[in-house]
Write a protein that binds this ligand. Structure first.
Ligand code: HEM
Length: 245
C-alpha cells in the first residue's frame, strides 16, 4: 500500500521487524475500533474524552510518512518517484485476475471473514423503511447489516454456507452459462464485504488489486512449509522456490 501510495516502502519487510512500532499501534487501534464499533458511546468516554484522552495511540507514523512524501512530490524533487522502475510485484493485475481459482479463494475468504465484521449502521430516513415482508421500520431508527452474518446466509449460499468451499464461486458441472451468471449476480448483490451503494468502499479496487497480486506473487515465489497459531496470530514459514513449476 505504501509503495502504491507513496512510491516508497514502509520498510518492515526489509528490516524484518516492526522497527518503529507502527504495526503494534495498528493492532491496538484495530482492537479499540472492534470494541467501540459495537459500543460507539464508549468512544466519548475514551478517545474523545475532553479531560483525558484514553483512546489507542494515534498512527502518527503514517501521517509523518505522508508528509515526507507529499512535500518533495509537490516540489518535483521526489527521489522515490520513477515511473520507469516497476514495483516488486511482477505479476500483472490482469494476469492474476485471470486465475479463476485464485479469485474463488479470495472471494470465499472474504465471504467468511470480511474485514468489517460488524453492523454497518445507518439511520432510517424520514421516508421510513419498508422491509421485504411488509413491516415498517420507523424514521430515526438505527439499523445495520453485518457482512459476516450476511456472508453465511444459507438462503443465498446454500446449506453449506458455514464451510470454506472456494469451488462454490466456479461454474459447476452441468450449470449453464446463463444460470452461472444469474447466480453470480445474486451473490454479488448479497456481498457486503466492501459495503454497497453510495457509501461503497473507495479503496475496493486498490485492495482487490493488492490481494490478487500479492497472493499470486507469494505463491509463485515461495513454498509454504507450515503454519501454526501463536498468541492469536498465524505463523507461516516460507521457502523461496528454486525453480518455477
Ligand atoms: C480488504 C480491504 C478493505 C475492505 C474489506 C474494506 C471495506 C469497507 C467497507 C465495508 C466500507 C463501507 C462502510 C459502511 O458502509 O459503513 C468501506 C468504506 C470505505 N473504505 Fe474500505 N475497505 C478496504 C480497504 C480500503 C482501502 C485500502 C481504502 C483506501 C485506500 C479504503 C477506503 C474506504 C473509504 C474512504 C470508505 C468510506 C466511503 C464512504 O463512506 O463514502 N478502504 N470499506
Amino acid at each position: 500500500m505504501s509503495a502504491v501510495t507513496f512510491s516508497k516502502r514502509f520498510g518492515y519487510m526489509e528490516k524484518d521487524c516492526d522497527f518503529d512500532g507502527t504495526l503494534r499501534i495498528a493492532d491496538q487501534s484495530i482492537n479499540y475500533l472492534g470494541y467501540v464499533g459495537q459500543m460507539p458511546w464508549l468512544d466519548f468516554y475514551l478517545d474523545k474524552n475532553p479531560i483525558i484522552r484514553l483512546g489507542p495511540p494515534n498512527l502518527s507514523t503514517a501521517t509523518r510518512i505522508a508528509a515526507e512524501s507529499l512535500f518533495p512530490r509537490l516540489e518535483g524533487i521526489d527521489p522515490n518517484y520513477n515511473p520507469k522502475q516497476p514495483d516488486f510485484l511482477q505479476s500483472s493485475y490482469s494476469s492474476a485476475r485471470a486465475i479463476p481459482y485464485l479469485e474463488a479463494v479470495a472471494r470465499e475468504t472474504m465471504r467468511m471473514h470480511p474485514a468489517i465484521s460488524m453492523a454497518m449502521e445507518r439511520i432510517v430516513p424520514k421516508e421510513g423503511l419498508v422491509l421485504p415482508d411488509g413491516s415498517v421500520v420507523p424514521t430515526g431508527t438505527l439499523v445495520g447489516m453485518n457482512p459476516y452474518i450476511l456472508g453465511r446466509n444459507k438462503e443465498v449460499y446454500g446449506t453449506d454456507a458455514d464451510e470454506f468451499i472456494p469451488d462454490r464461486w466456479l461454474q459447476q458441472d452441468g450449470e449453464t452459462d446463463e444460470k452461472y451468471q444469474l447466480r453470480m449476480r445474486l451473490w454479488n448483490a448479497a456481498d457486503l464485504t466492501f459495503g454497497s451503494g453510495l457509501r461503497i468502499c473507495l479503496g475496493r479496487n486498490i485492495s482487490q488489486m493488492e490481494i490478487y497480486k500479492v497472493v499470486a506473487t507469494v505463491i509463485m515465489r515461495f513454498e509454504m512449509e507450515w503454519f501454526h497459531r501463536v498468541d492469536g496470530g498465524l505463523t507461516c514459514r516460507l521457502k523461496r522456490r528454486t525453480e518455477r513449476t
